[in-house]
Ligand binder design. Structure first.
Ligand code: ADP
Ligand code: MG
Length: 308
């Protein structure tokens, strides 16, 4: 299952540890019920947008004191931070219910991308701090960053968002699962790496967490790929006359709706694309649902079910 970033840090919150841990605890109450039902074994992935955004801001603010770390390292930090919260909160709930014996482990996960992915020629994903026009120009010249004006709020760095090709740690993840662990992996879409002369190297990019989650779901042989977010169902004609929430859509219907542009880029569109990929790749079904309805969504009674 893929947990949306808003499951951890909600809009309007400051982003203190207490706020984030509180949201994680609440989410883990629901996920623990799934585990305790005995019907499901979980592999969890999660977003990291707000967290890695703050880590990038810290690099910038403290650059005169501590050398700034590259984006791949910031991504790794966010996986550790969020994985820690999930591990501890989920264990605590399971232990309270007498199942503290179930292992929960986070895998710092690299995700392979293709050096020739066209996304590298066309960076689109805004990350980190807002800058003035002069600062932005200087960073462009000094660091070779691509910068764009972001919705009138100032200038921001944009990075490529390449397609995930393979989960580097997939064998390690499978071994943990086979041993009965609940695994947290590929957080924030994974740490993007390329392969050169047989060696991996981190790159400055951001992989979409829903598409990376789909890759992970395939690699672990998941029967269901559950995407948990802040809307109860996928809608067509979203926020327009004739808006309709969908209980179910076939892959054919989903592709038609994608082509017709019903889903916003960067939010719902990658979820529907990931759902289509999962089912086309042989998965039983994918479900897009609200975090609070995870159990009903898995049982087919909530969310949008995407089926062959
Ligand atoms: P997450 O952090 O879970 O990935 P996103 O913000 O990326 O969340 O995606 C969920 C958002 O997608 C919803 O809050 C909703 O506003 C937006 N959205 C865009 N198009 C649609 C649509 N057609 N149906 C439902 N939600 C949509
Ligand atoms: Mg998203």
């Amino acid at each position: 299952m893929a947990l949306g970033g808003n499951a951890i840090l909600q809009p309007g919150q400051k982003g203190t540890f207490e706020e984030q841990y509180g949201s994680v605890q609440q989410a883990m109450e629901g996920l623990a019920r799934l585990v305790l039902s005995g019907k499901w074994r979980l592999v969890i992935t999660h977003g990291n947008g707000p967290q890695v955004g703050n880590i990038l801001l810290q690099q910038d603010a403290a650059k005169g004191v501590v050398p700034p770390m590259p984006m791949d390292v910031c991504g790794a930090q966010s996986q550790g931070f969020i994985g820690y919260m999930i591990q501890q909160a989920l264990h605590n709930v399971l232990a309270r219910e007498g199942r503290g014996d179930i292992p929960v482990a986070t895998v710092v996960t690299q995700v392979l991308v293709d050096r020739d992915d066209p996304a590298f020629q066309n960076p689109t994903k805004p990350v980190g701090a807002f800058y003035s026009a002069e600062e932005a120009k200087r960073l462009q010249a000094e660091k070779g960053w691509h910068v764009v004006e972001d919705a009138g709020r100032g200038w921001r760095r944009v990075v490529p968002s390449p397609d995930p090709k393979a989960i580097v740690e997939k064998d390690a993840i499978r071994i943990l699962l086979a041993g009965g662990a609940i695994v947290v992996a590929s957080g924030g879409g994974g740490i993007p790496v390329v392969r050169e002369d047989g060696a991996y190297r981190g790159v400055e990019a951001v992989i979409d967490k829903d598409l990376a989650g789909e890759r992970l779901a395939q690699d672990v042989g998941a029967s269901v790929f559950l995407i948990l977010t802040d809307v109860d169902r996928v809608r067509i004609h979203y926020k327009k006359p004739g808006e309709r929430a969908l209980e179910r859509m076939t892959v054919e219907e989903a592709k038609r709706y994608l082509a017709e542009g019903h889903f916003a880029k960067g939010s719902m569109e990658p979820k529907v694309r990931a759902a289509v990929r999962f089912v086309e790749g042989g998965g039983e079904r994918a479900v897009i649902a609200a975090l609070a309805q995870a159990g009903d969504a898995l049982d087919g009674r909530a969310g949008t079910q995407v089926v062959p």
